[in-house]
Design a protein around this ligand. Structure first.
Ligand code: HEM
Length: 448
């Protein structure tokens, strides 16, 4: 989820924008950036029960039009970017955490890095990252699944687009600490904490960004002569070659920082749930352990579907019509149109409330025709904004799970499936509690 947003965009709507016909307003419901609210997903579920599939939420200075009807959700994914912008909606969310300078003048965006030939580079890096993870883990011990998945994701990403030296040794550790502080995903994982970030003037984030630019600057100095081993980083650096060295260093560093932050939104967490669900399903686990990559992929899609907590939103900049079936609403600029995956992904058809990889036929929902609209269920989105990193993410997840399960036996510390951070509204769920597993190398099983 990233874009380049117009920082100069001003709030020009002095009055609350009027939708016609006006859907019911869910009074008493707000969003967690504007009002203290423990469980925003449940609050919106309650509003849907009270007001129907299409309703308005007025929160802070913003008006949201939520829709969950089959026609409304299908229409949502068809809204054109130049009228109802995902880029601006994402920016309005992420700017609560990320310093403004990250959004200005970007030249290489994450969307530009997922061509067919790029995926080959990434997969070689996933192999190397899993090798490094196995080296770090050794033959036995204990880890938090999401902590391990996060470090692995950092390593894959930084090896792919971070340039020479950024995925190893001290530079890697410094970058990991800085990116974990910067982490734009906190704006939707802990929306309740954003008032503190604002009060601090984003000082921790600005400090972390400084460290990131310094470290990526070192990588840039080491690039000449090894461009062929770092094609994506070299592409970003080349995009700034018309600038003076100092400007180019900052510009390319900010491009890479925004790309890495985008990769942090979902991939780590998705890999965590993929491993947790496999550990909890011994039959599928055994087949994935023996190398069944096709099953591993449907398992990965299924874990993402179940763990989705994404709010999908579009900020209206020119009037649009939203056909929700029972009405066609004229929606003026200033409204954010939205839908929420956790309220449709597991309830749009019978049986979707349980984890079962047979729900998928390759990358499509097997029984999509039983849904009132195909768009009601998704892992990676629908339409023009669907995730450009889907092939990469699925390959990375299945490669990592297949190799880790082949290497280790896992003994989980939890007895019930872990549950998400309740405050989260956006992205793939983060676990509310650490999820520790003990592990032991398979080939050591017979040793004392
Ligand atoms: C398992 C991991 C991932 C999941 C589940 C996921 C999910 C999604 C979803 C649901 C959307 C559509 C959002 C919408 O329509 O509002 C999306 C878009 C996007 N994702 Fe991912 N994503 C993942 C990994 C990544 C990674 C690793 C990157 C890389 C940096 C990335 C970059 C993007 C971008 C740039 C878009 C916006 C595309 C556009 O607007 O045209 N995603 N993703």
């Amino acid at each position: 989820m990233i874009f380049e947003a117009p920082l100069r965009q001003k709030k020009v709507f002095m009055t609350v924008p009027l939708i016609s016909p006006m859907p019911p307003v869910a009074s008493g419901v707000g969003l967690p950036w504007d009002a203290p609210i423990d469980d925003p997903v449940s609050a919106l579920d309650g509003a849907r029960r009270s007001f129907g599939d299409t309703f308005v939420v007025d929160s802070g200075e913003d008006r949201y039009l939520f829709t969950f009807s089959p026609s409304g959700v299908a229409c949502f994914y068809g809204l054109p970017e130049d009228r109802a912008s995902k880029g601006i909606a994402d920016w309005r969310m992420l700017r609560r955490k990320l310093p403004d300078e990250m959004f200005v003048g970007r030249r290489v965006l994450p969307q530009h890095l997922f061509g067919r030939e790029d995926v080959t580079t990434y997969l070689a890096n996933v192999e190397l990252a899993v090798d490094a993870t196995i080296d770090e883990l050794g033959s036995a011990g204990e880890f938090d699944v999401f902590g391990m998945a996060r470090r692995l994701g950092h390593r894959v990403g930084l090896a792919s687009w971070g340039g020479p030296g950024s995925a190893v040794g001290e530079r890697f550790d410094r970058l990991v600490r800085a990116f974990d502080t910067l982490d734009g995903a906190e704006s939707f994982v802990h929306p309740d904490a954003m008032s503190l970030v604002a009060a601090s003037g984003k000082s921790a984030e600005r400090g972390a960004l400084g460290v990131i630019l310094e470290e990526l600057g070192e990588s840039r100095q080491e690039l000449p002569g090894v461009e062929d081993r770092h094609p994506l980083f070299a592409r970003v650096v080349a995009a700034w070659s018309d600038q003076q060295a100092a400007e180019g260093m900052i510009g390319s560093g900010l491009d890479v920082a925004l790309i890495h932050v985008a990769s942090m939104s979902n991939l780590f967490a998705a890999l965590g749930w993929h491993l947790i669900d496999l550990i909890g399903h011994p039959a599928e686990c055994a087949r994935v352990r023996s190398g069944d990559r096709r099953l591993a992929e449907t398992c990965a899609l299924e874990s993402i579907r179940m763990a989705q907590r994404s709010i999908m939103s579009r900020y209206v900049v020119k009037p649009v019509e939203l056909n929700v079936g029972s009405a066609v609403h004229a929606v003026p600029p200033g409204v954010t149109v939205a839908t929420l995956l956790p309220l449709t992904n597991t309830s749009a058809a019978p049986g979707l409330d349980a984890w079962d990889p047979n729900h998928w036929n390759r990358r499509r929902l097997a029984d999509g025709s039983k849904l009132a609209a195909a768009e009601l269920v998704t892992a990676f989105g629908h339409g023009r904004h669907s995730c450009p990193a889907q092939p990469f993410s699925l390959s990375a997840m299945t490669l990592a799970s297949t190799r880790l399960l082949a290497e280790y036996e896992f003994d989980p510390s939890w007895s019930r499936r872990p549950y998400p951070v309740v405050a989260q509204i956006g992205g793939v769920a983060r676990s509310a509690l650490p999820c520790h597993v003990r592990y032991r190398r398979c080939r050591d099983r017979s040793s004392p």
